[in-house]
Design a protein around this ligand. Sequence first.
Ligand code: ZN
Ligand code: ZN
Length: 478
Amino acid sequence: MLHYAETHFRFPVSRLYRKEPDILIDTPFQIDPNVECPVWLISRNTDCYPVYINEIFGEWKNEKDEKIVFKIPFQKKLTEHFHFEELKFAKPPAGSGFYLLQIFIKYEIGEKTKICERWNYPFLHPKPIVVNFLREPQPKPKNWVAGETHCHSNYTADSIEFGASPAVLQKAAKALGLDFVCITDHSYDLLNDVNFQKLKKDVAELNSANCDNTADKMPLLIAGEEISCGSHRRENVHLLAYNNEHYVEGHGDGGRRWWNTSPDLTVAEAAKKVGSACFAAHPKLEMMGVERLLLKRGHWHLDDILGIEGGGVEFWNGYRGRDFYEGRKLWIECLLRGHRILPWGGNDAHGDLNSYVALKKPLWSLKCNQEHIFGNVRTVLPNFPPTESNLYITDGPALHIEQVGNKCLLHAKSNADFGEFLSITLFKGERGKHFERTISFSDNNFEFSLDDCLYARAECETTFGKFAMTAAIYSPLA
Ligand SMILES: [Zn+2]
Ligand SMILES: [Zn+2]
């Protein structure tokens, strides 16, 4: 849960600490064919450790070994706490497939001139930046909207992590072809309603500045909160809220008050304060022993989920690991018991536009992988917030159920960027029984009837390992 890593936390001593700001380059992992690829220089703590950036240089390279070489004479001193600056330089053409970006920063700090590749994180080998310039826009049903439902901005900034600014998130979302972004900063980082109202104001300003020009419309930002609250076992779990009017407190697992890790509110109390549909964040997240022990973090269980009926479960939290399968199992159990809970997909990115950087061992080492990339898993639905139970979550193909009375049409669509279908499966929850019946299809569009089943839902997977799954749909007679 760490992301753009902050390396200046040194209690009692840290191998990662050094007298330099964090400096890094970031860009979305995937670019819609109609948009230019934005690349940012990002720094934190440049107020404490001012740095002079001499130049930024490097090259783009594709699989045919075609290169685009660039050099940016930056020549600027950075002195504010956060710095997010978009870099203008030669980019690969739209729709041109995968490119590798190798990028170097030459900077002066004190008397020393240094060069780092991609970032100056200590003991973390620079991972090459890979960008997929999509050949076609990501498929989705006409008039539906696709969005990121769980990400963090620089309002999440504490001793171990920080996110990108709302403006960066909005522009990155545009490049990814998203329609909306929910910024869900931690209750324990927002701290109070003053900060939450500031986030809401930033978001409102960015939305109004961009709404006039419909031809170049920017994605809608939604201010929300990831609230730490108490499960029925009195452990800290995370609850996603959107568009809540006021800040909802939750400091249990923030690590700012070691003497007290008790949740401030129960799940039901927090949901009541929010006043609209809430979503269980990463219900079965794998965590470090230290998080369980020192921060009293726990998992969501069936009893807790039932406290947020009308909402959903974000069991697809960036990647499909063990927590995805366990979370999906929990969700199916809710469905089979007759509870109408939505499946939800987000990424929990803190910045992390191209790869995810996090602490591996506190105070000791960092890690980098592809687990929580901004905009990778998207929730696609007729409108946000959801007003009906029809939606799908995906990292590529479109998969949606069109319902006409008791008859249903399943539409599956992929393209050259996401691969051909390996499988399309329909699941029917049997009424009064505790299992789902599965039916496999080879056709991309097919008709089925709900008969007397409790619900139906579908999943698909492509040859490129891309996946999509729908929410459960119900018979109008039920
Ligand atoms: Zn969380
Ligand atoms: Zn989160």
